[in-house]
Design a protein around this ligand. Structure first.
Ligand code: HEM
Length: 541
């Protein structure tokens, strides 16, 4: 063995030993703080329990039952602190928000990249973007958007009429996806898409691909968890692969048939074209998301954020950033984000509402009577206005109760502390600790939701004032879901139209099975939502 080889082998040996020692030491994290939790396995942490539970949120639920409202587990050797004590969460998410404004970094994109969007950005960059985007879903804007939402509903109702006439069970979830995609494009970006009629629409296909399993993404994800120190390397490999794919397709036409374009690259390309087109047209009179971003668009490629100490934002209790601008990179990244966030979440929420309606006929009847009290059941095509649906309390409670029982994005809520913090009864938790929430535990906690058993579907429980952290399907505090009011409006307007005309019928096993085998990716969703529709006027005859 040459001297060089011997030196290299020794060096490698030292690095491996140091790494093993580092991992071993990482596993002392919760022991030092006196926080309970499942015992980690060397290198993998508690991943085997997650695999057994099939879903990360299901594993977290099981651990909360065993270890209580504060516990810790390990993803690889990264400690994750899970909290479901509502008072502590209130402190972290709202009162001490200045220390907890960051979210867990995506394995695929850096929080500090030029194109970090609202979901990924941290600190002042996030505040600046949120400040520009917050007015998107104000009451006035929602009111202006409601006729556009109605147009998409009209199209969906035509499809529902066809399906009802067939008299067979069908997957309504697929229709909801096309409906929410049409709606977000028209309300957010002023584009008249027709995905409800064109199932091969490239926007729809590419967005669907972003949620479908992808082996390469899966491998990068696992590598980031297990060898987290090399996150930048794994991320660069992921990004380089996308760039190579793009250049190969662009410059070697023969590869077009062999190599598929990455769906995010495709969407970003459309987003950039859309920005240029709208810039050419000038102000359209529309006040959609794209217009808001264009009005605040900076000529700079990168904005150095700074604080204006005297300025305060209306919607967040944080100081406003000095520059109320957004770059072109951030604009196109946010177009991608809003499209993805506004499509899968709302359509999945609708599929849960449909499941509840089908499996709780008595509750469905009550909701129909409530709708009949506001809209004449004889006139089918009434346009449910923003004002009227906003008054419909029982409809609101029905949707809230569905999202309490079926929270679909629990892993979207994560926070990372920027300073040390104390949890009463435990030690000082160091800065940069990742915090997760057990949404199921909060949503099913009898102390927060009693006296009626939280396992029972009972919309009226929302008539009683509850703890502000008892219901958090859209997150909490200044960094909650920006699209919440839009999603709720869309769901309400659609339900009014659907239930005025139809009753949702349970198709037994076909309806129930997909909801017993939910998949978390990252939205928790059934594969399909099979139901049948029956005209209400036919039932009365
Ligand atoms: C039923 C539908 C929806 C659910 C359940 C949902 C859920 C969530 C959750 C749990 C978060 C994380 C909040 C937190 O960390 O506290 C979030 C963030 C976000 N959501 Fe939604 N969402 C829905 C619909 C929408 C829609 C329709 C849009 C846009 C059109 C949207 C855009 C976003 C964005 C941009 C963020 C990041 C906000 C930030 O970091 O400042 N969501 N959503």
């Amino acid at each position: 063995m040459s001297f060089l080889t011997a030196t290299l082998v020794t060096l490698l040996f030292v690095v491996v030993i140091a790494y093993i020692w580092r991992i071993r030491k990482a596993y002392d994290f919760f022991i030092r703080l006196g926080i309970p939790g499942p015992t980690p396995t060397f290198f993998f942490g508690n991943l085997s329990d997650v695999i057994k539970a099939k879903r990360i949120s299901a594993a977290i639920q099981q651990w909360t039952e065993k270890y209580g409202h504060i516990f810790g587990y390990f993803e690889g050797h990264t400690p994750i602190l899970v909290i479901s004590d509502p008072d502590i969460l209130q402190d972290l998410f709202v009162k001490s928000f200045s220390k907890f404004h960051s979210r867990r970094e995506s394995p695929f994109a850096s929080q500090h990249a030029k194109d970090a969007h609202l979901f990924n950005a941290v600190g002042l960059r996030w505040k600046r973007q949120r400040f520009v985007l917050n007015p998107t879903f104000s009451s006035l804007k929602l009111k202006q958007m409601s006729p556009l939402i109605h147009q998409s509903i009209e199209m969906l109702m035509k499809k529902m009429a066809d399906q009802c006439a067939r008299g067979e069970p069908f997957d309504i979830y697929a229709y909801f996806k096309r409906f929410t995609m049409d709606t977000i494009w028209s309300c957010g970006f002023g584009l008249e898409t027709d995905m409800q009629n064109n199932v091969n629409d490239p926007y729809l296909l590419n967005s669907e691909k972003m949620f479908s399993p992808n082996k390469f993404r899966g491998i990068i994800f696992i590598l980031v968890i297990l060898i987290t120190e090399l996150t930048k390397v794994w991320r660069s490999i992921f990004q380089a692969a996308n760039i190579i794919r793009y250049w190969l397709r662009r410059y070697i036409p023969a590869t077009k048939r062999l190599i598929e374009e990455s769906p995010s690259t495709w969407i970003m390309k459309q987003a950039n074209e859309m920005i240029e087109k709208r810039k050419d047209i000038g102000h359209t009179g529309r006040t959609d998301l794209l217009q808001l971003m264009l009005e605040s668009m900076s000529d700079q490629d990168f904005i150095q954020d700074g604080l204006a100490p005297c300025e305060k934002s209306d919607d967040t209790e944080v100081e406003a950033p000095l520059v109320r601008k957004i770059t072109k990179h951030e604009t196109s990244a946010n177009i991608l984000l809003f499209m993805v966030a506004g499509y899968e979440t709302t359509s999945t929420a609708l599929s849960y509402v449909i499941y509840v309606l089908a499996t709780h006929p008595e509750e469905q009847r009550k909701l129909q009577e409530h709708i009949d009290a506001y809209f004449d059941p004889e006139t089918e095509d009434t346009v449910p206005t923003y004002e009227t649906v906003s008054e419909m309390n029982y409809l609101d409670m029905f949707i809230r109760e569905t999202l309490r029982m079926f929270p679909l994005a629990p892993t979207a809520i994560s926070r990372q502390s920027t300073e040390d913090f104390c949890i009463k009864g435990f030690g000082t938790v160091p800065a940069n600790t990742l915090i997760s929430v057990d949404m199921y535990n909060l949503h099913y906690n009898p102390n927060l939701w009693g006296p009626l058993d939280p396992q029972v579907f009972h919309p009226e429980r929302f008539a009683t004032k509850r703890h502000p952290m008892a219901w958090i399907p859209f997150g909490a505090g200044p960094r909650n879901c920006i699209g919440m009011r839009f999603a709720l409006l869309e769901i309400k307007m659609l339900l009014v139209r659907l239930l005025k005309t139809y009753t949702v019928i349970d198709c037994g096993e076909k309806t129930r099975k997909p909801f017993e085998q939910l998949v978390e990716m990252p939205v928790i969703a059934p594969k399909e939502a099979i139901i049948q529709l029956e005209r209400r006027d036919k039932q009365l005859q």
